[in-house]
Design a protein around this ligand. Structure first.
Ligand code: AMP
Length: 277
């Protein structure tokens, strides 16, 4: 595995890879969810490039940019074990030569709903860094987790809007055995919170079950909110049934619908989603 840190080094290493190249962008603190994306990248490609970059433009001032878990040595071991051809670890200046906020991208309405209500800069920051990483790595395809479902929709829109010749694959959500979706931020959960956290996925499953049993959507969602609060979640940011593609709220389920949720558990924000249909 080659570890590169500049665009020039990456381009040189990329140029000698023959066949198809898959790309997996991450913010590090790698877990089995990230590893599963690399497995999927291998299935569709001859070589895999992974990046690690904690992107400041997708963090708000009050968020955890400074404390975000970082462990480069361990992450490189994970990438090596997964047969990654190139690990790209750019520094801040490589990605943002004129400073983090000198250039911006606005991906429109999809960035202002759901996650975008409480994190208005998040998806535009993600789109900007992913566009830059795509231009640096020039992959044939890239893999993103459905764990961050709205992010995946933004990436589809990015590729579509800029006519990027990159195929996007959405990867299934990897979970702990008790259902909690793997996340680098799960390390923030204390023991009590960790015991409460799996109730998020359990509630999504319960709502899915209720809807299939003809309970009205609004009352199923309301009941879900009540059970999350009863389980010990501090607050619910959103719990919505949405169209899979537009993410617009739905009043009745259809084949391509999804329930998306964001909750606060103490100071830890947990998101999850489940497909309906
Ligand atoms: P992050 O390092 O959190 O920015 O995530 C990098 C990529 O890994 C994104 O495409 C995420 O959606 C994906 N990812 C994170 N957690 C999971 C998970 N539990 N299952 C599948 N993919 C995930």
């Amino acid at each position: 595995m080659q570890v590169v840190r500049t665009v020039e080094e990456l381009r040189k290493a990329r140029a000698v890879l023959s066949g198809k190249v898959g790309f997996v962008p991450t913010m590090g603190a790698l877990h089995l969810g990230h590893a599963s994306l690399i497995d999927i990248a291998h299935q569709h490609n001859d070589h895999v490039i992974a990046s690690i970059f904690v992107n400041p433009t997708q963090f708000a001032a009050h968020e955890d940019l400074d404390t975000y878990p970082r462990d480069e040595k361990r992450d490189l071991e994970v990438l090596r074990a997964k047969n990654t051809a190139i690990a790209y670890l750019p520094d801040l200046e490589t990605i943002y030569p004129d400073g983090a906020h000198a250039v911006s991208l606005n991906m429109g309405d999809i960035t202002t709903i759901l996650e975008g209500v409480s994190r208005p800069h998040f998806f535009n920051g993600v789109a900007l860094v992913v566009l830059k990483l795509f231009l640096h790595a020039t992959p044939d395809s890239a893999i993103f987790g459905k764990k961050d479902y709205q992010q995946l929709c933004v990436i589809y829109k990015l590729v579509d809007n800029f006519s990027l010749p990159i195929e996007i694959f959405g990867a299934p959500i990897m979970r702990e055995s008790d259902g909690l979706a793997l996340s680098s931020r799960n390390v923030y959960l204390d023991q009590t919170q960790r015991a409460i956290a799996p109730n998020l996925y359990k509630t999504l499953q319960d709502i899915k079950h209720e809807i299939s049993g003809n309970t009205g959507i609004r009352s199923a969602l309301q009941k879900g909110k009540e059970s999350l609060l009863a389980a010990g979640f501090t607050s619910i940011d959103y719990l919505e049934l949405c169209d899979n593609h537009t993410l617009q709220p739905l009043q009745s389920p259809h084949k391509s619908a999804r329930i998306l949720a964001a909750t606060q558990l103490g100071s830890v924000r947990l998101i999850d989603n489940i497909s309906i249909g």
